[in-house]
Ligand binder design. Structure first.
Ligand code: HPA
Length: 279
């Protein structure tokens, strides 16, 4: 852990030398959703491979770019593309950017992902506010000695997804006339998609959407005291009684189509956070 702390501090210092003010809000975009950061007035951007200690993504549908940009007078740190367990990264590598955010002083993290819908009321293209998660990845980024300067040994997860941020997102949906769903996200390791029996199981345990990301990042963020808003774009519906094959092209196409709506929600929520602070 010490080594990771040292690396995160080093990376944060590297980034600080390029930015004028410290970002308070972080954004991580999911599969096919990288363009949802277009509302930012970019001041500096980095390819992940040019950032000291940063892992480099292997997934084509993710950009691998870190941006700093302004909106409403606030500096935002936005990651276009993330790291997944199924790529072979360790939970510590997957959550390294969260530790860099922590070292930079980020207080709010907005995460998006592409997910399969399990709730029969959902349709492809829906955006779901994540209200809670179930970790079925079999991994946890806090395994190993606890880095006390990052957080406590046993972080409480009773409100992993901040209620107030979820409410802001709900209001943003009303403001922007974009219908939003709410539900529970389950994280699996992937990369193979779910069998019909797994889909039945996940529905039985109360899951609304399934994906291969987000969980490790949220656990690290909660440990770091960073408030989290999670948004899933439902790219396909998993119905065990009417099984349909899912392809990555389809996931990306539906995610791309949802980008303007996701972007409007994120921008609106950031506006509410920024103006709320000034009141
Ligand atoms: N399963 C897991 N991850 C996904 C899916 C799915 O059906 N769709 C998009 N990401």
């Amino acid at each position: 852990m010490k080594k990771d702390k040292h690396k995160a501090v080093e990376t944060a210092q590297f980034l600080k030398s390029y930015i004028k003010k410290s970002p308070k809000i972080g954004l991580i975009t999911g599969t096919g959703l990288g363009a949802s950061t277009e509302f930012l007035d970019i001041s500096v951007s980095f390819e992940y491979e040019d950032i000291p200690n940063f892992p480099t993504p292997t997934v084509e549908s993710h950009y691998g770019r870190l941006l700093f940009g302004d909106i409403y007078g606030e500096q935002i740190m936005a990651m276009q593309g993330r790291f997944h367990l199924y790529e072979g990264y360790s939970p510590l590598e997957v959550t390294f950017p969260i530790r860099v955010m922590q070292e930079l002083g980020i207080k709010v993290l907005i995460l998006s992902n592409a997910a399969g819908g399990l709730n029969p009321k959902f349709t492809a293209g829906d955006i779901m506010i994540i209200v809670d998660h179930i970790n079925l990845t079999g991994s946890n980024p806090l395994i190993g000695p606890n880095e006390e300067s990052w957080g406590v040994r046993f972080p409480d997860m009773i409100e992993a997804y901040d209620k107030k941020l979820a409410e802001l997102a709900e209001t943003a949906g009303t403001d922007e006339d974009i219908p939003l769903q709410k539900g529970v996200y389950v994280g699996l390791k992937g990369p193979s998609l779910e069998t019909r029996a797994e889909v039945r199981f996940l529905r039985t345990i109360g899951v609304d959407a399934v994906g291969f990301s987000t969980i490790q990042e949220v656990i690290a963020a909660v440990h770091a005291g960073i408030k989290v808003l999670g948004l899933s774009t439902i790219t396909n519906i998993n119905d065990p009684d009417n099984p349909m094959q899912t392809t990555v092209d389809e996931v990306i196409a539906v995610a791309n189509e949802a980008v303007p709506r996701l972007e409007a929600i994120i921008k609106n929520v950031i506006g509410k956070i920024c103006y709320g602070k000034k009141q």
